[in-house]
Design a protein around this ligand. Structure first.
Ligand code: SAM
Length: 288
């Protein structure tokens, strides 16, 4: 998970996070979210959680930690949302989408039988820009191939706010910076009147995308197989054992030759021998 950047640590007047509560929160966040918070993150955690405390009507961190001890599950999503960042963009790391559109999708669609199944998972989808970017490329590839394929994108995240935004699928026009003019015209509906300045994703993209809550460190209900998994800019603050375990679990949901996309500063180096690197942060599952 991407912890917030240090410039977010501006002091916010409010409750002070003492050492005991900070140590408890560090342990809790590590156990439940896989994030190893360094000692230096105390100000950051204090600032971020102060908002949450206000929303809960709590006056101090002691009260908040008590809630976590009593009922860890109840606050998990809000806590991890508060300390992680949901930064994302349409066609972020555009080379992944070029590979998908230019090489992988045409090949996979060619190989599928009529009515065959194609599945892509956007794990850590944030507010939807990543799965909808995949959906644009997929919809175009399906149109080009002209065959009936049962294609779907699964988009999951643990942040309730991010999931709500993804489901809404409405973005300020300036968020569409990475989308080509042609795709803007094809895949977005421009808002008018009170919606001026906003763009809504085309119903076809929604139809291709199922958006669901899922903490990657918990049980997964789906069986796979997926043709590809996008897990980009998510594992960056997970510690090594957490990443290792996650990559092993991804390998189980991918067929031989299935693809795993990581973020630009993420790597599998030394963590898994089940994948081979085939491009910039693109991995392919090796045959067993
Ligand atoms: C920086 S965003 C990346 C979004 C998108 N994948 C991209 O690259 O643009 C990281 C996302 O991962 C989600 N996330 C972090 N830890 C998670 C976990 N344990 N389970 C599910 N989602 C998680 C966060 O809520 C956040 O929305």
């Amino acid at each position: 998970m991407n912890a917030v950047a240090d410039h977010d640590t501006a002091m916010v007047a409010g409750p002070v996070l003492g050492d005991g509560d900070f140590q408890f929160l560090r342990g809790f966040v590590y156990q439940y979210c896989g994030i190893a918070l360094s000692e230096q993150k105390r100000q950051l955690v204090q600032g971020r959680l102060a908002r949450r405390l206000r929303a809960l009507g709590m006056r101090g961190f002691g009260e908040y930690c008590e809630l976590l001890r009593r009922d860890p599950g109840s606050e998990l999503d809000e806590l991890s949302s508060a300390i992680s960042t949901n930064v994302t963009a349409f066609f972020r790391e555009a080379h992944h989408f070029d590979l998908l559109a230019g090489e992988l999708l045409p090949r996979w669609l060619e190989q599928k039988r009529e009515g065959g199944r194609l599945r892509i998972w956007s794990a850590g989808c944030s507010s939807g820009e990543e799965p909808y970017s995949i959906a644009m490329v997929l919809a175009e590839a399906l149109e080009r191939c002209g065959r009936t394929v049962d294609a779907k994108i699964l988009a999951t995240d643990l942040s309730p706010a991010a999931l709500a935004a993804a489901r809404k699928g409405v973005y300020p026009l300036e968020r569409l910076e990475g989308v080509s003019p042609e795709r803007r015209r094809r895949w977005f509906l421009r808002g008018e009147g009170e919606y001026a300045g906003l763009a809504c994703v085309h119903p076809r993209l929604r139809e291709l995308t199922a958006i669901l809550p899922l903490n990657l460190l918990h049980e997964w209900p789906m069986q796979g197989p997926f043709d590809a998994i996008f897990c980009r800019n998510v594992v960056i603050y997970f510690d090594q054992p957490t990443k290792q375990k996650l990559f092993r679990r991804y390998a189980r949901l991918l067929p031989d030759g299935g693809h795993l996309f990581l973020g630009h500063s993420e790597s599998m180096h030394g963590l898994s021998d089940e994948f081979e690197l085939i491009g910039r942060t693109v991995y392919r599952k090796k045959p067993a």
